[in-house]
Design a protein around this ligand. Structure first.
Ligand SMILES: Nc1ncnc2c1ncn2[C@@H]1O[C@H](COP(=O)(O)OP(=O)(O)OP(=O)(O)O)[C@@H](O)[C@H]1O
Length: 228
C-alpha cells in the first residue's frame, strides 16, 4: 500500500527533515506516527500525497510511484488518498454538504450520484442532520467530521491524518478516534501523525516513531513513548 525506500527530504533552507526513511505499510493497517516536534512527521505525511517531493528516494502509494507522478496525474493520485488536517481546512462559505460535494464535483461526478454519496458519507460520520450548517455553526468535533467525510467521499484506499485531534478536547478527540477506527475496520488504511499520548497508548496499534528525520522505533502494538 505505502512503501518508502531510502527517502530523504532537505528543504530549500537546508533543514534536513527526513534522512533515509525505509518503511512498508500494508493495506488495512492502522499506523500512528509519533515523535518530538520538528522530528519530520508532517514531512513524512506530505510526501505520501505529493504535497512535497523527496530530495532522494522512492515512494509508492497504492502502486503509484509518487515522486515520479507527472503534474497532470497528481489529481488521480490524490483521489486514492484522503487527507485530514489539524485545522480542518473547510471552506468557510460552503455548508457541510457543499464542502463534501466539492471534493466529488471536481472529478465530475454526475449530480444524481453525487447527492446520494455526499449524504451517505455525512450520515456515516454522524452528521446526517447538519447538511446545511456552515463550518462556523458547527463545533470543532463536527467540523472535523465534515473534513473526514470529505476525505472519504471518493472511497480512498488510504486516509492520512496530520494531528487530527490537535484542536479538540479529550472527549471529542476520542469520538474522532473511534470514527477513524470504524473507517479502518471497513478496510481503509489509516496513517495518523499525533501527539495524543493517551489515545496511542490505549489503542495499541502499530507505532512508528520518528526522531531527527529517522525511524527510531516501529512496533506492532506500540506505545507513545514520550512525556508530552
Ligand atoms: N516548508 C518548510 N521549509 C523549511 N523547513 C521546513 C519546512 N517544513 C518543515 N521544515 C523543517 O523540517 C523539519 C521537520 O518538520 P516537520 O513539520 O516535518 O516536523 P513534525 O515532526 O511534523 O513537527 P510537529 O510535531 O511540530 O508538527 C523541522 O526542522 C522543520 O523546521
Amino acid at each position: 500500500m505505502i512503501e518508502m525506500y531510502d527517502v530523504w527530504k532537505t528543504y530549500p533552507n537546508g533543514a534536513e527533515a527526513l534522512r533515509g526513511i525505509n518503511v512498508k505499510i500494508e493495506k488495512g493497517e492502522f499506523v500512528y506516527v509519533v515523535g518530538p516536534s520538528g522530528a519530520g512527521k508532517s514531512t513524512f505525511i506530505k510526501l505520501m500525497y505529493r504535497e512535497e517531493k523527496p530530495t532522494k528516494g522512492t515512494i509508492f502509494v497504492n502502486n503509484f510511484n509518487v515522486e515520479m507522478v507527472k503534474e497532470k496525474k497528481i489529481p488521480l493520485l490524490r483521489r486514492q488518498i484522503g487527507v485530514v488536517f489539524q485545522d480542518f481546512k473547510l471552506l468557510p462559505k460552503l455548508t457541510a454538504y457543499e464542502n463534501v460535494a466539492f471534493a466529488l464535483e471536481v472529478i465530475e461526478t454526475p449530480r444524481k450520484k453525487l447527492k446520494g454519496r455526499v449524504q451517505e458519507v455525512l450520515e456515516m460520520v454522524g452528521l446526517g442532520d447538519k447538511l446545511d450548517a456552515l463550518p462556523n455553526q458547527l463545533s470543532g468535533g463536527e467540523q472535523q467530521r465534515v473534513a473526514i467525510a470529505r476525505a472519504l467521499v471518493n472511497r480512498p484506499a488510504v486516509i492520512i491524518a496530520d494531528e487530527p485531534t490537535g484542536n479538540l478536547d479529550p472527549d471529542t478527540s476520542w469520538e474522532i478516534m473511534y470514527l477513524f477506527d470504524q473507517i479502518n475496520s471497513r478496510g481503509t488504511t489509516v496513517v495518523m501523525a499525533t501527539h495524543n499520548k493517551d489515545i496511542v497508548n490505549k489503542m495499541k496499534r502499530r507505532v512508528i516513531a520518528i526522531e531527527n528525520g529517522q525511524i527510531v522505533r516501529d512496533e506492532r502494538r506500540g506505545v507513545y513513548g514520550y512525556e508530552d
